[in-house]
Design a protein around this ligand. Structure first.
Ligand SMILES: [Zn+2]
Length: 456
């Protein structure tokens, strides 16, 4: 216990000095006197550089399908981290039409015992070049907000890691040298593909204390009050397609011989949607529906597609099985009784949920302590959206939502008059979040390896 307390005191002393925006306890501040200038000064001094890198990346369109753009952001990111001693490896994605994943490694020297920490971000965004051009969606600084495609999702996360490590390398050069840092950056995160996890998995066999995912944190409705929310659970899920086949025919002359594929699909959609169960936090959403050719023709075929999500693997599995059974709904018969409809259900891109788990909880406690030391509250957040954390959390202790604060991810329309605001980064909290993360990072690096047990 005493050892643990001392270790905490050292961590506080090292990073109390980094507090610019957040108030800190007096006793900690005294202990931190030697670090006060270097830590604070380094982070403040390098923030403009971090934002300059961020602007560079936001200025390059990196829509998942814009291969050249994704690769250009990858190259520029590798350049930024080369300054911090990272070596880059570009790994072609197995997804058809996709850029290269980026693996950055800074090897530790000396006797750190092989301890290491991994960060995770992504290169791609959801905005096509055409969309950005049409809407004039580009880097724009307005008051305390910076708008731009990917400015928090997830280029801002990458810039935040750069600022954290730049500060650490200057304020704590010996410590920085000793430890190994990995930075895994996905080329296809928005494109829903498993290959990135396959690329990353071999690295996870080495002793990684924590996997820190820098997806953005949503600014709360009341604005920034000095508290943070990090993501400890994410829903898993997948996509489904329901195909309905009927019998086409003339709507006037031969109605009795036709089987309306749209009508049968409507029944299937109702069955799918009714699998939504708020008491178990399970959702089924049919997001697309199409079929038929003309009003005076009985539709021969129709199809719908949707998305299923759940926080627990058993709930997800049960719901997927129930979706598959929709194919067995009673067929629709033609008026003359000679023909009947058929249904087919296809399930794809299943991603496991990042369920509540012990290792993530332990990591959360590290962030909670880091917050307390600077007077900031850190809360747990369970999110319905997926990230790379879903694919990694069962291999290595993982925490998500460690990126910068902002809002409106995946929104490109900016029209304040009609209440529409595009993706933005909330600048006043950028340093605070980097400081919080660095405090926690220091505890991870200097603590006994209580977190390296994995989740299996
Ligand atoms: Zn993201």
């Amino acid at each position: 216990m005493i050892l643990k307390k001392n270790r905490r005191a050292i961590v506080v002393a090292l990073w109390a000095g980094l507090s610019i925006i957040l108030p800190i306890a007096e006793s900690s501040a005294e202990k931190a006197s030697s670090m006060k200038k270097t830590g604070t000064a380094a982070m403040k001094k390098h923030e403009p550089e971090a934002l300059a890198w961020l602007k560079k990346w936001v200025d390059i369109n990196s829509f998942t399908l814009n291969v050249a753009g994704v690769n250009e952001v990858g190259k520029s990111t590798a350049e930024a981290f080369a300054q911090l001693g990272f070596q880059a490896k570009f790994v072609p994605s197995k997804k058809p039409v996709a850029g290269n994943h980026l693996i950055l490694i800074k090897r530790g020297e000396g006797k750190a015992g092989g301890k290491s920490v991994a960060f995770v971000s992504h290169l791609d965004t959801v905005y096509s070049p055409e969309e950005e051009k049409r809407l004039g969606f580009a880097w724009k600084r307005e008051g305390d907000r910076i708008y731009g495609p990917g400015v928090i999702d997830c280029k801002g996360g990458t810039a935040l890691v750069w600022l954290m490590l730049k500060t650490l390398s200057e304020a704590e050069p010996d410590l920085y040298r000793r430890f190994t840092f990995y930075f895994f950056i996905n080329a296809t995160e928005e494109g829903f593909h498993h290959h990135f996890a396959e690329v990353v998995t071999p690295y996870l066999a080495s002793r990684i204390e924590a996997c820190l995912v820098v997806e953005p944190e949503t600014l709360q409705a009341q604005g920034f009050q000095g508290s943070f929310r990090v993501v400890t659970a994410r829903k898993g899920g997948g996509r489904f397609v329901i195909e309905s086949m009927g019998q086409g025919g003339h709507a006037g002359n031969a109605h009795a011989s036709g089987v309306n594929a749209i009508r049968q699909l409507a029944r299937a959609v109702e069955a799918a949607e009714s699998l939504t169960d708020p008491s178990r936090e399970v959702t089924v959403n049919v997001g697309m529906f199409s079929g038929g050719v003309a009003p005076n023709r009985i539709p021969e075929s129709a199809q719908a597609s949707g998305d299923v999500r759940a926080f627990s693997q058993p709930h997800l599995t049960q719901t997927v099985e129930a979706l598959k059974k929709i194919a067995k709904l009673p067929p629709l018969k033609s008026g003359d009784g000679k023909k009947s409809s058929t249904l087919r259900v296809k399930i794809a891109d299943i991603m496991p949920p990042m369920s509540d788990n012990e290792a993530t909880s332990k990591l959360f406690e590290v962030w909670e302590r880091a917050g307390k030391e600077s007077g900031a509250r850190v809360e747990k957040l369970r999110r319905g959206g997926m990230s790379d954390a879903n694919m990694l959390f069962d291999q290595v202790p993982t925490l998500d939502g460690l990126g910068p604060l902002g809002d409106n991810m995946h929104c490109s329309v900016h029209d304040p008059a009609s209440g529409k605001e595009a993706e933005f980064l909330f600048l006043p909290a950028f340093l605070s979040k980097a400081q919080l993360n660095n405090r926690a990072l220091l505890e991870i690096l200097t603590a006994p390896p209580i977190l390296s047990t994995g989740n299996k």
